[in-house]
Design a protein around this ligand. Structure first.
Ligand code: FES
Ligand code: FES
Length: 174
């Protein structure tokens, strides 16, 4: 990485939910602040700002990351996905989002963006998770409202629905 000047703004080129974007930031700027205040992507929430609550969780090049522990200049050349990219279209929620709605898996919603991002990534790698695996994943997120049970139900319901969809696709392709 080239040496950064601490008092200068540096150009950042990246992809956000499939769209090529650019911006600039001083080396000390957090990715959360960059996304929310410079790019206007306010779906990513900020809680603790030290990596504990999980509200700011996004993916960077496909891997889960805490945006509050990442500097904006570190995403130069990266592919970012945030909660704004979860719905397949502006008027349709994704399977996991619909399951959250059906199960009342949110109240104030402050934790929800980060939890959705973690679960979305988790369900791709674990198409048939156990309840305890889901609870284990959720241990990386703080939710003050729900007691977690409806979130677990939503995750398991979404996993079953996604598995049904992929079975149907395999049968159609065969
Ligand atoms: S705001 Fe990033 S983990 Fe809490
Ligand atoms: S729904 Fe309020 S913090 Fe989780």
């Amino acid at each position: 990485m080239t040496r950064l000047q601490p008092d200068r703004r540096h150009a950042i080129h990246f992809t956000l939910n499939g769209v090529a974007m650019q911006g600039d930031a001083e080396p000390r700027m957090l990715l959360t602040d960059f996304l929310r205040h410079q790019i206007g992507a306010t779906g990513t929430h900020v809680g603790c700002e030290h990596g504990v609550c999980g509200a700011c969780t996004i993916t960077i090049d496909g891997a889960l990351a805490r945006a509050c522990l990442t500097l904006a200049v570190q995403i130069d050349g990266c592919d970012l996905r945030t909660v704004e990219g979860l719905a397949p279209s502006a008027d349709r929620l994704g399977v996991l989002q619909q399951a959250f709605r059906r199960n009342h898996a949110l109240q104030c919603g402050f934790c929800t963006a980060g939890i959705l991002m973690s679960l979305d990534r988790f369900l791709r790698d674990n198409p048939a998770p156990t309840e305890s695996a889901v609870r284990d994943l959720l241990s990386g997120h703080l939710c003050r409202c729900t007691g977690y049970t409806p979130i677990v139900h939503a995750a398991l319901e979404a996993a079953a629905e996604l598995a049904g969809e992929s079975r149907k696709k395999e049968e159609t392709d065969a």
